[in-house]
Design a protein around this ligand. Structure first.
Ligand code: SAM
Length: 283
């Protein structure tokens, strides 16, 4: 069945073409795009299809498959990711980290050893920078409390935003008033209405691109805490299990995996036990 998606630009696609594109996205990133999301997918891809000089989404699928550089599949997936995030999102996790997990981890480590935290689906940076502010506060209180923070995402577009560290004043409204001036500088002139994380906060997080579906992650040191929040909701259960198993290889025994409030891992893999809402520990 041919489905006409845009009358004026003449962008056409068949159901088979839509399914083929959804399969490409799923095989590369784990993101599931059901038939109810096909129209959304078409809307998001329309501009890109036209930019590469094509008239149909079916042809675009062929174009992605024919691209030996692998760049077009990255672009396709990038356009299909949902990047919603916020400073202090699901904030109980940050409280638990600072008040319970870090003290427990420190008690088992020599004094002065850093706690390593990885934000594994960091989107535009609000999650790792929330960690950066809170861990900087912790270190101000006790200089022996060292932290090493890293962050990753599949989307280069989002990583660019994260590295820049510029946000609207609206998006920082949730940052506690005492932290805001300490960690952000307000934009002036053309940057009015925005603010930028201070250089030290930006430098506290190292970013790299990581696809959670890859067989190996370029993470050199075992992590004490991995935040992998609000990404596995887009995966099917087999992908979720495989990703969690792989993440655990990068977590120290007794370390913690933190997932979104709506992402239960109970019963998914045997090595995990629940600590609190969305927080699991690796045995
Ligand atoms: C909804 S955001 C979550 C951001 C943040 N963790 C939070 O909870 O606010 C989901 C992020 O997962 C990323 N993502 C999707 N599939 C991925 C994959 N296979 N590997 C790594 N990141 C992925 C997307 O690019 C997006 O930035």
């Amino acid at each position: 069945m041919e489905l006409r998606l845009e009358k004026t630009a003449g962008l056409y696609v068949s159901d088979r073409g839509l399914r083929a594109l959804a399969d490409l996205v799923h095989d590369y990133s784990g993101i599931c795009i059901g038939p109810d999301k096909h129209q959304l997918m078409a809307n998001r891809l329309r501009r890109r299809v036209q930019d590469v000089g094509l008239l149909s989404l079916d042809d675009y699928g062929d174009f992605v498959r024919a691209d030996a550089t692998g760049e077009e599949i990255e672009t396709l997936v990038d356009l299909m990711t949902t990047n919603h995030t916020a400073f202090f999102r699901e904030s109980e996790h940050f409280t638990v980290l600072m008040q319970e997990l870090a003290p427990t981890l420190r008690a088992a480590m020599p004094t002065g050893y850093p706690v390593r935290v990885w934000s594994a689906a960091a989107s535009s940076g609000e999650e790792p920078y929330t960690l950066a502010m809170l861990t900087a506060e912790d270190q101000r209180r006790d200089p022996l409390h060292r932290w090493v923070l890293q962050a990753s995402d599949i989307s280069r577009r989002m990583l660019d935003v994260a590295v820049r560290g510029v946000y609207s004043m609206d998006s920082v409204a949730v940052v506690p008033p005492d932290l805001l001036p300490r960690y952000f500088e307000r934009g002036v002139g053309a940057q009015d209405g925005r603010c930028r994380l201070r250089r030290e906060v930006r430098a506290a997080v190292s970013y790299q691109r990581i696809n959670l579906l890859d067989a190996h992650y370029p993470i050199r040191e075992p992590q004490h805490v991995i935040f992998c929040r609000n990404v596995m909701i887009y995966f099917d259960v087999d992908t979720r299990r495989a990703v969690v198993e792989r993440l655990l290889e990068y977590l120290v025994p007794g370390g913690y995996l933190v997932v979104g409030y709506s992402e239960s891992l109970t019963g998914l893999v045997p090595r995990l036990s629940s600590v609190s809402h969305g927080v699991y520990t690796r045995s």
